[in-house]
Design a binder for this molecule. Sequence first.
Ligand code: AMP
Ligand code: ZN
Length: 466
Amino acid sequence: MRIYNTLTKQKEEFIPIIPGEVKMYVCGPTVYNFFHIGNGRTFIVFDSIRRYLEYRGYKVTFIQNFTDIDDKMINKANDEGVTVKELGDKYIKEYYEDADALQIERATVNPRATEYIEDIIKFIEELIEAGFAYDIDGDVYYSTKKFSNYGKLAGQNLDDLQAGARISVDERKKDPMDFAVWKSQKPGEPSWESPWGLGRPGWHIECSCMAKKLLGDTIDIHAGGMDLKFPHHENEIAQSEAITGKPFAHYWIHSAFVNVDNKKMSKSLNNFFTAREILEEYDADTVRFLMLSGHYRIQINFTKELLDSAKASIERLYNGINNLENLKEEVNKKIMDDEERSYLKSLDKYRERFVEKMDDDFNTADAISVLFDLTKDINNNVNIGSSVELCKESEALIRELGNPLGILQNHIKKDLEAEIQALIDKRQKARKDKDFALSDKIRDDLKNRNIVLEDTPQGVRWKHIN
Ligand code: AMP
Ligand code: ZN
């Protein structure tokens, strides 16, 4: 398996620290609002990567944090007249509701920054002792000049970074690129006791500390959205490697943005759709299909048309499953014969192709094309004369390959079933009444929806055609 490593800017063979196990840390949401589908893409992408690693037999420890203390949290809590803790509790609950609805598997642990304050303080003390951080009037800064590798993830040295950065001017810092690891309390802000007085942790230190605490000094995969590469992840590396002297993460994976009119979807630009509002209109399979139908390192320019086209595509895949589910219910005594067995064996090539695509830096776009090819093959070859076992095995294979993408795990929509059955009954009655105009119309309308009717000894049955 090869992964594009942002640190080395090339695809590398994936070799985990412990064979068969993966330690993965993903930067999670700041819990001050409902998440938007830009955030959702990042969560879906890393959920699929995790699912795929599991599909390939790895035992994955998947950590995704909640940032529950920072300026945005404090401002929003003040606006809403609640405590920062209450705000965090509320939006963590909402996060789970939306993430579950998007068929995102629960993390092994979702650590909350505020539950690790003691460890964070210890981490900062170690940084100060080792000469990598300094305290000025209750604020503690990381000394970027002390870390000779600063800029290795961004691929720039400190001077170039400084020239390009928009940094907050703070006369007291030793160097403009230094960043806060501990912030002294401002009036009205929540705070914790520390050796530097009352205050709260900076954002970057949270992830360094929780990753070390939960996964150890070196982890296999560290991931997040592209915007986190610099400065967030650069700073995490500087902090963690200063303390341990070991590489912090072997593979860095960054997923591309969801844009709107070529601008990053973000709360500040107010150009976002929450996952929740999208889920009112579209199902999770559709949203996931959209997010995974392009490679994770390529930006998506979001439109509703794109969602509509994802909806039509996922329906085509579900139609394949629908047909098989219908066929399974037919009374058919046929036992799987050699011909069917060898046909089933021939489907293995789709599994191999799927794995080949996903092994190549999680190419979900190409993996989805394999799913279409597989479904088409099955649709053309498994039919009313096939054994129930072949139907079951074919369906199981489609679902097996859908699982790493978190799609195609649901059952056919019963309301669609009922609707079509009602139309079939209406058509039968029209035929009996010799109202052929009506019966033909019903048949033609269904055909326009890619549904064909077949007369069988068991009565009229319907089938989707692609
Ligand atoms: P936040 O809540 O802003 O800290 O973001 C949570 C996660 O979503 C981070 O990994 C971000 O990099 C990611 N993210 C934020 N905006 C977008 C976007 N427009 N497209 C894709 N990922 C995003
Ligand atoms: Zn982080």
